[in-house]
Ligand binder design. Structure first.
Ligand code: SF4
Length: 488
């Protein structure tokens, strides 16, 4: 079978923008970091002769990627709500360079609003909605759009939506992504502050059983059933990765909630233990001690845990499905086993007040994960939080990022302004990190490993610069509207 020459592209937008096909909350981070573009690597592995280009980690600007248009027949661009306007500009430039190039947009943003996307940009030929792996494979293999499930496209001046593609159940049908990583990516360009470097991340399943109202993927592309690859399939891919990338120090399973299926997580850990790799994963704060022990014995180093808030009413408001006392016990158990935790928190969720901000700060200091990340409530289109924010008039100008691509504060309550929500993230960071116990722990880690020392010093400087730049941006009150943008 012959395939269209296909380019998979995470386009350039804001400098250092972590918005690729593997980033849940697309923004320029406080400390430069990038997730792998796994959602693009999966269809890239299905289309022989394709190429995956991830512009931000490789430092590519629009002038670098536009000439590629002449070499390809189909370009698949992954987009997001914050970067959509930039991505459309890139698509237009690609089309000008090669008018015969067919351009597809993929990602949750266009899956939720394919009509709006096609209306906004004549350069987009079609949208591949939701799980687009086999949709793109079919189009690249020459199937007409009018015979392809899961696409939306223009026909006779109107938008035509083909029926949904059935949800992928046989997850082992997805090919390994590490071959595409090896072929097209520079893995040293991917770094996450709390993961050992270099790291490689991939998915062993899709979907999350929880129904958190703010969480984008399970409410759009992934769904609420945890669909998984077999243990053999996962372990075979990691074994292959160790041969492709002997320099990798850590593997990360970026499934929404890897611990949604405890017996399977234990089985994978058992096999990984035999392989002798170090790994980490996303987890909910309710994993029992016995499972934590088995995961640790199988090489688990760190858990990324979404605590979100230290106030139970807020956790109930967002349908987190977690009790604070359970989260506390889980954290104690993990720490007693030597498992590190990167805890993530969100400020500005429905029900937030000055008191609950204080409670979250106290909670974070009290449970004391190794590291934390503080986000601002982000109402992505397609989520229950977005609908709630629209209905209640909580949206300010709706921009999820500021002029630099850093997280903005799009929600404002009558009793709590968006500016105060933004400011409170800094309060939490400062209160958590600027205390003797934490400074001593970080200094100890740095003394024990020169690589850690170099990284932490660079990250510390970067973090302070980020805060300064944010203050300058706030002073100028320049928040990108999502429409008037420049491409770097
Ligand atoms: S548990 Fe995590 S991944 Fe699952 S819906 Fe909630 S925030 Fe999203």
């Amino acid at each position: 079978m012959t395939y269209l020459k296909t380019l998979f592209l995470h386009p350039p937008s804001y400098e250092g923008f972590d918005g690729g096909a593997g980033s849940r909350y697309q923004a320029r981070r406080e400390i430069r970091s990038f997730w792998y573009p796994t959602w693009l690597a999966q269809p890239a592995a299905l289309v022989p002769g394709s190429r995956l280009v991830d512009a931000p980690p490789d430092g590519l600007r629009v002038d670098d990627v536009v000439p590629l248009a002449r070499q390809y027949e189909l370009a698949v661009l992954h987009t997001s709500t914050p970067s959509f306007a930039h991505d459309v500009l890139v698509a237009e430039k690609l089309k000008t360079e090669n008018p015969a190039l067919r351009i597809a947009f993929v990602g949750a943003h266009v899956a939720v609003s394919p009509d709006a996307a096609l209306a906004a940009a004549p350069a987009i030929d079609f949208v591949a909605r939701n799980e687009f792996d086999f949709t793109i494979r079919d189009v690249a293999a020459g199937r007409p759009l009018g015979a392809t499930l899961g696409v939306s496209f223009r026909e006779n001046g109107k938008v035509r939506h083909m029926p949904e593609r059935p949800t992928l159940e046989s997850m082992d049908d997805l090919p390994f992504v590490v071959d595409v990583y090896k072929r097209d990516l520079t893995i040293e360009n991917y770094a996450i502050g709390y993961l050992l470097h270099p790291y490689v991340s991939l998915y062993t399943g899709r979907g999350c059983r929880s129904k958190c109202t703010f969480c984008l993927w399970p409410q759009t592309v992934g769904g609420h059933r945890y669909r998984t690859r077999s243990v053999d399939h996962v372990v075979d891919e990691i074994a292959l990765a160790t041969r492709h990338f002997p320099q990798v120090r850590e593997y990360f399973f970026d499934d929404d909630t890897f611990t949604d299926d405890l017996p399977r997580a234990e089985a994978i850990a058992h096999r990984l233990g035999k392989l002798g790799v170090t790994w980490s994963c996303n987890a909910k704060a309710n994993v029992p001690y016995a499972t934590l022990k088995k995961l640790k014995d199988g090489g688990l180093r760190l858990l990324l845990v979404g605590y979100e808030s230290g106030n139970q009413d807020i956790l109930n408001n967002i349908k987190k499905g977690i009790r604070l006392d359970v989260a506390r016990r889980f954290t104690r158990d993990a720490k007693s086993l030597g498992i590190k935790i990167h805890g993530t928190f969100i400020l500005g969720l429905p029900g937030e007040t000055e008191d609950t901000i204080r409670e979250t700060i106290d909670f974070a200091r009290d449970i004391d994960p190794e590291t934390i990340q503080v986000s601002i409530a982000a109402p992505y289109p397609g989520t229950a939080l977005y609908r709630q924010a629209v209905e209640n008039g909580w949206l300010t100008n709706g921009a999820l990022v500021d002029e630099r691509g850093a997280q903005a504060s799009p929600i404002s309550y009558p009793h709590l302004s968006s500016a105060r929500i933004l400011e409170s993230t800094e309060d939490l960071y400062r209160s958590f990190y600027f205390r003797p116990r934490k400074i001593f722990a970080i200094a100890k880690d740095m003394m024990m490993d020169r690589r850690v020392m170099r990284r932490r010093l660079a990250e510390g400087l970067e973090f302070l610069k980020f805060l300064r730049a944010r203050r300058r941006a706030e002073d100028r009150h320049q928040v990108v509207s999502g429409q008037t943008v420049e491409v770097p």
